[in-house]
Design a protein around this ligand. Structure first.
Ligand SMILES: C[S@@+](CC[C@H](N)C(=O)[O-])C[C@H]1O[C@@H](n2cnc3c(N)ncnc32)[C@H](O)[C@@H]1O
Length: 355
């Protein structure tokens, strides 16, 4: 059963020995020194005390570290990640044990049997914002219904690529019997295919939360018979050839200096060659393979390598049918002014066919 797959969730920490606390009035510099020495700090009294400690940590690190280039921003994030995760908060009876705290439904869902434990403050923030998205749902311009992204699952925050894909789907004149989507995430591309008349979509993901979340949200509806899921690498158990293969892969190469490797965003060196090998076997003779990509890695000087161009040049397996592009609107947020490269960001839709 898909719903028996073990999901990824923050690891609860047992409330052990005495930990230094942080509340209103605690010396901030001493607290940050303790964090830098690798000691945990427990936020007490009000939820907002945790928020203000994080703000202090940001201003402390901004004074210490440059944050201009993409690389420097990564290093800053990694240091912030390390220190902020030493800031802890207590959970009692599936609720945050501080005043004026948000109520987070994931705590009951994920830890029904643990009555007291600690989590890091950033983990709790992650659970909280994910719970808001999950409960309220996300309206996506090209979809009829809202999606409810499950905890720890990638979901789109900009929609240009979905628009490109939708435009292509509308004009697609081939058969609509079956498609395979590798890396289904919270299901947007598969839902677009179903909405455009595809009878069956076989989806995979290596993220258990994506698979469990989608299975839960589809329940026993008609949709669950149209979108079949498998928790697995690349094509998972799906062997039967399909007329469409769709993949919106991670857009950046993995960097080893990151604490946490997010597989929705960073690809490892074998991902694309393994994908193309599997796709070659599973694409019907007249089938189309669609890849969504972006120039993000190139414009931020992370790499000059473009895995799809490389496949087309050296792979000998596929040829290009069409290449569509669309400029990405800059996302809002206060880091925007530091990211001049954002203005040249473009999303790409690659349509490949057998050679
Ligand atoms: C950029 S997200 C796209 C998600 C969704 N298709 C969308 O367009 O919103 C990439 C997805 O691919 C998944 N993924 C990464 N590597 C994978 C692999 N080797 N096999 C299957 N899924 C993978 C990630 O977990 C993530 O859900």
């Amino acid at each position: 059963m898909i719903t028996d797959i073990e999901i990824t969730k923050p690891e609860p920490v047992a409330p052990g020995e005495k930990i230094e606390t942080f509340k209103r009035g605690t010396d901030v510099s001493l607290t940050i020194e303790a964090l830098e020495a690798g000691n945990p700090i427990l936020v007490t009294e009000f939820y907002s005390n945790g928020l203000s400690l994080l703000r202090e940590l940001h201003s402390h690190l901004s004074r210490k570290l440059p944050k201009k280039s993409f690389q420097e921003q990564r290093e800053y994030r990694s240091e912030y990640h390390k220190l902020s995760n030493l800031i802890l908060i207590r959970i009692v009876d599936q609720k945050l044990a501080v005043k004026k705290a948000p109520s987070i439904g994931w705590l009951e869902k994920f830890y029904p049997e643990i009555n007291e434990f600690l989590l890091s403050f950033p983990q709790v923030q992650g659970l909280n914002s994910s719970w808001q998205w999950y409960q309220n749902g996300l309206s996506i311009p090209v979809l009829r219904n809202k999606v409810h992204p499950y905890y720890g699952t990638y979901f789109p925050t900009r929609f240009e690529h979905l628009q490109l894909f939708d435009d292509w789907l509308t004009g697609y004149e081939g058969p609509r019997k079956s498609a395979i989507e590798v890396g289904i995430g919270c299901g947007v591309l598969s839902l677009q295919m179903v909405q455009n008349g595809f009878h069956k979509v076989f989806g995979t993901d290596i993220n258990p939360n994506a698979i469990v979340g989608l299975a839960e949200s589809m329940g026993d509806t008609e949709l669950s018979r149209k979108i079949e899921l498998d928790f697995g690498n690349l094509f998972g158990k799906w062997d039967k050839p399909a007329e469409l293969i769709v993949f919106n892969p991670p857009w950046l190469p993995k960097s080893h200096d990151l604490d946490k490797i997010d597989e929705a965003i960073y690809y490892d060196e074998n991902l694309f060659s393994d994908f193309f090998t599997g796709a070659k076997q599973r694409l019907l003779p007249e089938g189309k393979m669609l890849l969504i990509f972006s120039n993000l890695a190139q414009i931020t000087n992370v790499t000059k390598d473009h895995p799809i161009e490389r496949e087309l040049e050296d792979g000998g397996r596929f040829q290009l049918e069409k290449h569509l592009k669309k400029p990405m609107k800059a996302s809002s947020g206060k880091t925007k002014r530091d990211q001049a490269w954002r203005s040249s960001e473009e999303v790409e839709l690659w349509i490949l066919v057998h050679k």
